[in-house]
Ligand binder design. Structure first.
Ligand code: SF4
Length: 223
């Protein structure tokens, strides 16, 4: 990757982020504190897609910076990746909320919000041109793979994503943090399997990527 190409990608991402900053296509665009465009390496081999910003992300305008973000960083570290090595985005750039009468609470993005915001995500994928996409959680995975996608049955499998970019899904770190008892270790083992498959795919030469298996070395990430 040349210095000029990197600079061009960074410029395009900055321009797109400025457009998102002014976007009010959805009602949540008027309620948000900050748009959360996404961040990371403009030339990343891996692009990560979560569901949407939460309260902390809305406050600071950055994706995955709360407890789930810290766990995501440990998941990445387990396969030898730093946060700065990847590009992190969400299906929607504004925090979806509802008012429970006391305060604004997080909710899942609506289909309309995801549709409205999709061009921004598609543009990010086009600019970064990653070698693989990791979808975190069912909503992010379904936004690429359709409503019938089952995170429990189909996580850890490779699919063709946008422009043929391979995509794999695993459980969202926030979901892992909500688990208790034996479910925690059992789920972490499944996620670790998925992460190893991802590492192998990233390590494989492009021509043999389809044959990559879960042979990565390392140890289970800690929560
Ligand atoms: S969620 Fe996306 S499309 Fe909707 S207002 Fe925010 S930036 Fe615009």
């Amino acid at each position: 990757m040349s210095v000029a190409e990197r600079a061009a990608r960074e410029r395009r991402l900055a321009n797109a982020a400025a457009i998102v900053d002014r976007c009010r296509k959805c009602e949540i665009g008027a309620i948000r504190q900050n748009a959360v465009y996404g961040e990371g390496d403009a030339c990343a081999a891996l692009l990560i897609v979560g569901e949407g910003p939460g309260e902390t992300e809305d406050r600071d305008g950055r994706p995955f910076i709360g407890r789930a973000g810290q766990l995501l960083e440990r998941m990445l570290a387990a396969i030898g990746l730093a946060r700065d090595d990847v590009f992190i985005a969400n299906t929607v750039k504004c925090r979806p909320t509802f008012d429970d009468g006391v305060r604004l609470r997080n909710r899942a993005p609506t289909p309309d919000e995801m549709t409205n915001c999709r061009p921004y995500l598609d543009e990010q994928i086009e600019i970064v041109a990653p070698r693989a996409i990791l979808a975190l959680g069912a909503p992010a995975a379904k936004s690429f793979l359709g409503p019938k996608f089952s995170i429990t049955k189909q996580r850890g499998q490779w699919f063709d994503g946008p422009s043929g970019i391979p995509i794999i899904a695993t459980f969202h770190p926030a979901y892992i943090l909500r688990l208790t008892g034996g479910e925690v270790e059992a789920t972490k083992r499944l996620v670790w399997t998925d992460l190893k498959a991802l590492r192998s795919r990233l390590d494989a030469p492009p021509s043999s990527a389809a044959r990559a298996d879960g042979a990565a070395q390392g140890s289970l990430f800690e929560d």
